[in-house]
Write a protein that binds this ligand. Sequence first.
Ligand code: C2O
Ligand code: CU
Length: 487
Amino acid sequence: MLSRRRFLVSSGAAALFLPACGSGTDRSALLPADPAVAAREATRTKAGARVISRSLTAGPVDLDLAGTVVKTWGFDGDPVDATAGDILEVTLRNDLPEDTTIHWHGIALRNDMDGVHDLTQPAVAPGNSFTYRFAVPDPGTHFFHPHTGLQLDRALYAPLVIADPDERGDYDVEHVLVIDDWLAGTPEDAFAGLTSGGDMEGMDGMEGMEGMDGMSSGMAMSDLLGGHAGDVTYQTHLINQRPPEDRPTFEVPADGLARLRLINAGSDTAYRVAIGGHRLTVTHADGFPIEPVEVDAVLLGMGERYDVVVTAKPGAYPIVAMAEGKDQKAVAVLRSGSGEAPPIDAMPAELDGKLLTYSDLEPTDDVRLSAVEPDTAFTLDLTGSEAAYEWGIDGKTMDELAPFEIEEGQRVRLVMRNRSTMWHPMHLHGHTFALGDTGARKDTAIVKPDQEIAVTFEANNPGQWMLHCHNTYHLEAGMAGVISYVR
Ligand code: C2O
Ligand code: CU
């Protein structure tokens, strides 16, 4: 058996571009450098497409949390956005003390730009740079983050909004809300605490260790998530990197329609989001359009996005993102005209009103997959437990799991059965699947304990693609697999 290689931690050059295990078949994997990858990219690239060039540096940054300056790692540089049909060219400079990459979460991009260390590119070493260049085929609300170790649970993330060239623009203003769980210690220490079964030896005096107590005492339960909501307790929760004590205000013109793009960039927290006195018209799930549906609240697992449209009433209203099952929240204010700001601890009744569920989601006709029988199907058991902190698929970690082999042109069904004791937001790279056969298009789907979810996608983007739990700690523990195009 292969020695256990920690997912995404540097391995020898020989391991590059090879799926984790031998496939057990004679077919050959279509690797990121395969001409089929460039050929597919050519079909996405329009003659004369605009090239949007941006620079980013990943490095140590200071974050001002309501007057307390904390040191973390983040991105410095240009905001990254584009319009569908553009070519995005982003040069990443790595000023971190360790390897990094950028993954463009939600984008159906060329495989060699997907930013998965060891699978789609060599890691970018400290002091080095790498230029990502790819066509952006679809509009939508996405984000980007490293795909290396636990880096996402620092401040290494940013929104990535791809505008629609055919946008009907039937709203007056749009705002992006990136919600995140803020850890007091380092994610490495938090992970060490989780994997040592709560044995905190050598970690005395560290801040942010309450999470471990929370785990062992069985707190952080959520009916909505079917049990235990999270493993890590955070110091606070942020919207656009601001804690409740310094909450942001989102302005809307009088009687205006606001489009809010909600992104969960957290690592171990689902957020239930509502706005006092307002209903939410949900228009997009994970960037793709749905038939608009009106609800009081939405639940976002890590990696999920929803776009909602709100008709702002005059005055100032609380926007609350409840850390589901954790009794903490991130907050902001929706303001149209004058009026006193709501109290910081306001808890809108809407949080307990009609909650968006996956069965409310219907794709618009232009993005609905045609009804055809799948050519191939895989059933994946999501496995593991909090106690051992060993998360995987079919009882294996990514390193142990054989790739799921598919061919270009196939219709592929994945059935994910949660056989573990905790919910998992499962994310597929490079594709936007349909829920069920022809349901709403998404790239991340929550699977609760004992639940089974089927998703279907068109195999139209050759390469090696990760399928994984978007809980940063579950991913680090190995809860990931590779969808491998073969020929
Ligand atoms: Cu945002 Cu592999 O994921
Ligand atoms: Cu998980």
